[in-house]
Ligand binder design. Sequence first.
Ligand SMILES: [Mg+2]
Length: 367
Amino acid sequence: MSLKITGVETVLLRVPLKQRTITDSQSSVTDVEFLQVVLRTEGGLTGYGMNWSYTPGLKAAQVALDQNYAPLLMGADAVQRRELVRQMFFSNHFIGRVGATRVAIAAVEFALWDLACKAVNLPLWKMLGPARTRVKAYSTDGGWLSWSTDELVRDATRLVERGFDAVKLKLGLPDPLEDLARIAAVRKAVGPKVQIMTDVNCAWTLATARRIAPRLAEHDVTWLEEPMMPEDVRSHAVLQRAISTPLAVGETLYTLQSFRDYIAEGACTFVQADATKLLGIDEWLQVAALAAAWNLPVVPHTNVQQKLHVQLAAATPNALMVENCYESLNEMWVEPIYVRDGHYSLPQEPGCGLQIRDEVIRDHRIG
Ligand SMILES: [Mg+2]
């Protein structure tokens, strides 16, 4: 079957969250932008990829895709995935080695993988070779800064009753002592057996981190995520040497080399690689292998891209679990997956599973 690419289409969407406004230390989220890329082939298979943002601006990725990458892809053989990614990267690397251009390339890379999987009629996780048949989930869908302490406790309790045994709380309030009080309230409510993770979304200085982070151990916190700006590897290394709580980073790291630097400096213990920020699935697998060589677990960052990361985690021996968030958006996918008893179901349809439903495109298209 010919996988020669005969059509490249892009669709830009803004999809509202059907839930209260969500706030962390950097953003308030009311809707999420999606860029769907569609690759049509001579043999009749269609590949779907996507990327996302919860700050506006994904239009920049769409322009890069339409103007730079689509002409490169037209007429090419979709099987030549790594070579096509290399060509796309160098076609505009002077203006975008990371950020919007990379996000656009990842969307195409997923569509190329989608075609490769569909050509052999397998879902991605079976194509890669499963290491497990179900994937543990942890929930971020109740730990927002816009929640009162009572609401945090109520939601954590509700999540545990639903079968989650791991929940994440956002930190980064103006008064970090209030952050600690909120963790203490949730720990008291859920008891000692539930894992509590924390996430600062880069809001702290090294001074604040050194003052507050040592006290997380009192509440048996599983990890401290993104305490400071991600470009500052050194400060994370200094902090990790000063505290017993493991650090987690990765959702804002765009390259294999960034992960190498964090890991080699001892600045990261939980590796939160995100294929939608890296150059797609191939680079994600490289990061997972790098982490394995250092005996570190991978816990992919995920908010709307569960379909992808659940499949990658199923095929990665050192993947511990996958984040679960924004469940109100599950229904936008042609084949949704759900968490039951604290574990994700795995998709059965061939491919990566990133096709957005026609009704969602009809109702929310902005470009
Ligand atoms: Mg995070």
